[in-house]
Write a protein that binds this ligand. Structure first.
Ligand SMILES: NC(=O)C1=CN([C@@H]2O[C@H](COP(=O)(O)OP(=O)(O)OC[C@H]3O[C@@H](n4cnc5c(N)ncnc54)[C@H](O)[C@@H]3O)[C@@H](O)[C@H]2O)C=CC1
Ligand SMILES: O=C(O)CCC(=O)C(=O)O
Length: 528
């Protein structure tokens, strides 16, 4: 199968080259598409790669009938409607590491330019104005830099700022005093940072909680003459409040790489001589663009050719060494879900997944997603995948629970899936046998042992002499060959189960005939 991938923003050729060379992928580079063009054309593409310019809206995603992956060559994914992508089962990947260095360097360049008025002085010179008095700056040495958001870039900025002899005070919801000590910086609350810093730089994503993090109240808390840098995301700073704070003299200056509206041709902040700005250039270096393009294109190739991705955004990322251990169980998990959904003939309300033995030691979230995918696919079809399985379960009101235990009832690993409906609890358990692959070893409380593949028939019957013969003759009369057969019972003469693997799909008429036998309570055909 050939996959079509659209590259909708300018991308370094180093990344694009492997896509061009892939025999499985056709690329189209078109960086001039309007929203309307995208809506009209997106339907034919399996992959879409963007930087920050293209806004991948819900409407575009709704028209993306074949789209499987969206790649963001960079960190921030606020230009992609993640919920809409997840709901449609489209994986979103980004390139979180490739531009850290460039963004940190840009932040330092902006800070130093701001404190020494370099852009303003240069402009004045260009206008034939030699004015040394007007552009007196301040030193940064021994002053305090407040860092809000100590992730990849915030940490890198702190380390560089220490080289400039700045003292660092930082706030991040994941920063502990111990971590701060190890980094040689001071740990504070947001308020501490706002009150104590001479310069403040923000390095958070734009989230509900970070929108207008620096607002009127925040500016009021700051030292007089504070200077602000934003090389993260427009919207973290309330631009109206910043404008006022600069006009009132509270804030001495601001260096902005990102803005609430981008791109813009007119922003009132730029009317202020205290503001210096760049048009979202934090990641615009040759090196960063090569890195992010290579990273994102590799993930797109990996995904479309059936491999696991390195930087998923709407799926938890699983390290390669852990993936290697859990991947063999993927098929088992999905097959158990596929199998069990056929036994549950009422609406499922709850799913419990029990991981036992070796599985108890593993990161099992991907297996949970595969199990739920297997359960949902019967009724929701192929659009259910790892990305949207849990979302769709929640949407259908099904709660999903994971449980771990070391006790695997004699197996080295045991995966048990239980579904609760209004009036019943049904379950199936399977194991991965060395060299033999997945086996189903329990159906409800019955012990069995069969490969979850091919045409299966589950028969619940009364344990009475002759029933197996009657069933076998009926299948034979209908030219159905039995490949494997398992029988188990609760007690002598009680409820029992027959598990058959047969060589072809049985017609409904034949299943009805089996059901009509007195001793047979229930017949379910399952194709796996
Ligand atoms: N100007 C540009 O061209 C570039 C901008 N960026 C932007 O820089 C920002 C940071 O990127 P990375 O460091 O790679 O991300 P990251 O995910 O490594 O770090 C973000 C940090 O912000 C913290 N955070 C979240 N909410 C917070 C809050 N309310 N207060 C304080 N901290 C909070 C998180 O705990 C995390 O540690 C992102 O917005 C990204 O989009 C990234 C690269 C280039
Ligand atoms: O694509 C770009 O240059 C923007 C980079 C950026 O803002 C990010 O990676 O979050």
């Amino acid at each position: 199968m050939i996959f079509n991938v659209l590259i909708a923003d300018p991308l370094s050729e180093d990344g694009v080259q492997p896509l061009r060379e892939s025999e499985d992928i056709n690329i189209e580079v078109n960086t001039d598409l309007t929203d309307a063009d995208l809506i009209q054309r997106i339907g034919k593409f399996d992959g879409l790669i963007v930087r920050s310019q293209t806004k991948v809206t819900r409407e575009i995603i709704q028209h993306a009938d074949n789209l499987k992956i969206i790649g963001r060559a960079g960190v921030g994914v606020d230009n992609i409607d993640l919920d809409a992508a997840t709901e449609r089962g489209i994986i979103v990947v980004n390139a979180p590491n490739g531009n850290t260095n460039s963004a940190a360097e840009h932040t330092m360049a902006m800070l130093m330019s701001l404190t020494r008025n370099i852009p303003q002085a240069f402009n004045a010179l260009k206008n034939n104005e030699w004015n040394r008095k007007k552009y007196v700056g301040v030193e940064v040495k021994n002053k305090t830099l407040g860092v809000i958001g100590l992730g990849r870039i915030g940490t890198e900025v702190s380390s560089r700022a220490k080289g400039q002899r700045l003292n660092i005070i930082a706030y991040d919801p994941f920063l502990t005093e111990e971590k701060a000590d190890n980094l040689g910086i001071r740990f504070g609350t947001v308020e501490d940072v706002l009150r104590e810093a001479d310069f403040i730089t923000v390095h958070t994503p734009l989230l509900k909680e970070t929108k207008h993090l620096l607002n009127k109240e925040a500016f009021q808390m700051m030292k007089d003459g504070v200077q602000i840098v934003n090389c993260a995301r427009g919207g973290i700073i309330d631009e109206d409040a910043l404008y006022e704070a600069i006009q009132s003299g509270k804030v001495a200056g601001a260096a902005m790489d990102v803005f609430e509206e981008e791109p813009f041709l007119d922003n009132k902040l730029l009317e202020l001589p205290e503001v210096i700005a760049t048009p979202h250039l934090g990641a615009s270096t040759v090196e960063a663009q090569e890195n992010v393009a290579v990273d994102v294109c590799q993930d797109v190739i990996r995904f479309l050719t059936g491999d696991s991705v390195r930087n998923p955004v709407n799926l938890p990322s699983v390290p390669q060494e852990i993936m290697y251990k859990i991947e063999p169980y993927f098929m088992l998990a999905e097959k158990l879900g596929n199998f069990l959904i056929h036994l549950a003939d009422e609406v499922i309300e709850e799913v419990n997944i029990y991981y036992a033995g070796d599985l108890n030691e593993l990161e099992v979230a991907p297996l949970t997603r595969n199990t739920v995918k297997g359960l949902l696919q019967r009724h929701l079809g192929d659009h259910v995948n790892d990305v949207n399985a849990l979302f769709l379960a929640e949407q259908k009101g099904i709660s999903v629970h994971e449980n771990k235990t070391s006790r695997a009832k004699g197996f080295t690993n045991l995966l048990t899936v239980e579904v609760k409906t209004k009036s019943a609890v049904r379950s199936v358990a399977g194991t991965l046998l060395n060299g033999l692959g997945p086996r189903i070893v329990k159906v409800d409380h019955y012990s069995v042992d069969f490969t979850p593949a091919g045409h299966l028939v589950v028969i619940h019957h009364q344990d009475q002499p002759g029933v197996i013969g009657k069933m076998g003759s009926m299948l034979a009369r209908n030219q159905v060959n039995i490949a494997t057969m398992q029988v188990d019972r609760s007690d002598i003469g009680g409820d029992a189960i027959m598990m058959l693997t047969i060589d072809r799909h049985p017609e409904q008429e034949l299943l009805d005939q089996l059901h009509e036998l007195d001793e047979i309570n229930d017949v379910t055909a399952i194709d796996l």
